[in-house]
Ligand binder design. Structure first.
Ligand code: ASP
Length: 440
């Protein structure tokens, strides 16, 4: 009884943390003590955990398309003119590219310094084939939808963003004749936020199930074989999270990085559990809006865009993986190759959606470009799931860092909320009044 009461009183962040830790413990215990148990596999891992986990992921994914569309249209209507939208866009994209380039440079330097693949002496049978990398032109053209409903049905975030921006600008240009449309979208936006809050209540159980299943099935022997690679990627991901982002927040916006990291807890846990930046969009948005005081007119644009085009964690994995594979197969890479890797990994991160495991697919493109054997991907496959979880946490943290910096420069950051350690925990209280502190 007491435990139940405590549970209900605790913040959502605390409950998600408990769900995550319990899930990891249950999964690991089952793996260690009953690795072959048909009962556990059937009724828990492939039964209850799988069902709960899938429902949770489906609910998160269900939110993405309406949330991006509705909040972006509502945000653009309030942004007014195309000029301020252009400035916001340039700043955001510029910073996203900068953080990705920093990340991959850090990774390549780390790889060259630590040499995780040295001495492996593998020979290539060269039998894999990679998809050709899309050119920048192709990426830009593919952002424009021929059919906005089709884009929504496919969940193509970039196309939805472009359509929502154009539609929002049109609504704002129509002025008083479209007041009802503005009201409609503002209301829909509030309703979507409530829906996010409702889904969040289920998060501790969903996260428990996802972790329980994953840690029952995860293979630690693969990690032991690739320990140097695993530790290097994980270490650099943590450096990016703690050092690079803190520096950027201080340098570009004069904001307190400790406060930022503290408030990122829930979003980081979500990203870790789901390994999907896209599925974390609702949580990232809530975090920057209500815990950090960013106006939704900025975050409705920067967060979904970042989930798709900004993947610093993925870029770090690709940088280290390239150097590791080159060393393991004894292929020497020159300066121009490394520059190609930086460019390709940045482009690949722009073109790929934030879903689990996508970083490995785009890695094949990067390897292809510098003539490395694609079996390299198979080499690191075994340890990728755990790294995917950590790098997704870095990916979404990068999105939130850039969002705060841009918001600060756009005058859309309420610093009293940002600096308030008790600013509302995620969606716990279903607040009645407007949920955008910076808009009022
Ligand atoms: N899972 C990552 C994300 O959603 C992408 C990846 O690196 O595979 O951000």
């Amino acid at each position: 009884m007491y435990v139940l009461q405590k549970w209900q009183q605790s913040s959502l962040t605390a409950r998600v943390l408990v769900g995550m830790v319990l899930g990891i413990c249950v999964g690991l215990t089952a793996q260690i003590f009953f690795p072959e148990s048909a009962f556990f596999t059937r009724y828990f891992s492939d039964g209850l955990f799988s069902i709960l986990g899938q429902i949770f992921m489906a609910c998160l994914k269900m939110l993405i398309v309406p949330l991006i569309f509705v909040s972006l249209v509502a945000g653009t209507c309030s942004l007014g003119d195309a000029r301020s939208l252009g400035r916001l866009g340039m700043r955001t994209v510029g910073l996203y590219l900068l953080t990705t380039c920093l990340a991959i440079t850090l990774a390549i330097m780390g790889g060259l310094l630590v040499q995780p693949g040295e001495g492996a002496n593998l020979a290539s049978a060269a039998s894999f084939s990679a998809q050709a990398a899309p050119s920048l032109g192709e990426i830009v053209v593919s952002m424009f939808p021929t059919n906005p409903i089709g884009a929504m049905a496919e969940g193509n975030s970039l196309q939805i963003i472009v359509f929502a921006l154009m539609f929002g600008l049109a609504v704002s240009a129509a002025g008083s004749r479209a007041t009802r449309v503005v009201e409609l979208f503002t209301g829909l936006n509030e309703a979507m936020m409530k829906l996010v809050a409702m889904v969040m209540q289920f998060a501790p159980y969903g996260v428990f199930a996802l972790m329980g299943r994953l840690f029952f099935r995860i293979e630690f022997s693969a990690i032991a074989n690739l320990l140097a690679y695993f530790l290097l990627v994980a270490g650099l991901l943590i450096v990016q999270l703690l050092v690079t982002y803190s520096g950027l927040l201080r340098l570009f916006a004069g904001l307190n990085p400790f406060m930022f990291l503290k408030k990122m807890e829930s979003a980081i846990m979500f990203a870790f559990s789901t390994a999907s930046s896209n599925a974390t969009i609702p949580v990232s948005m809530e975090t920057v809006n209500f815990r950090m005081g960013v106006s939704s007119r900025v975050s409705s644009f920067t967060i979904p865009l970042g989930a798709t085009i900004n993947m610093d964690g993925t870029a770090i994995m690709q940088g280290v993986a390239t150097v590791f594979i080159a060393q393991a197969f004894g292929v020497p890479l020159g300066l121009s190759d490394y520059l190609t890797v930086i460019l390709m990994a940045t482009l690949a991160s722009v073109g790929a959606a934030g879903v689990p495991g996508v970083g490995l697919v785009t890695l094949a493109m990067v390897l292809n470009q510098v003539g490395l054997p694609l079996e390299g991907v198979a080499l690191i496959l075994g340890v990728d799931r755990l790294l995917d979880m950590i790098r997704t946490a870095v990916n979404i943290t990068g999105d939130c860092v850039v969002t705060c910096i841009v918001a600060k420069h756009e005058g859309a950051l309420d610093e009293s909320v940002y600096n308030d350690p008790n600013a509302m925990d995620l969606a716990v209280s279903f607040p009645e009044k407007s949920r955008d502190p910076a808009v009022g």
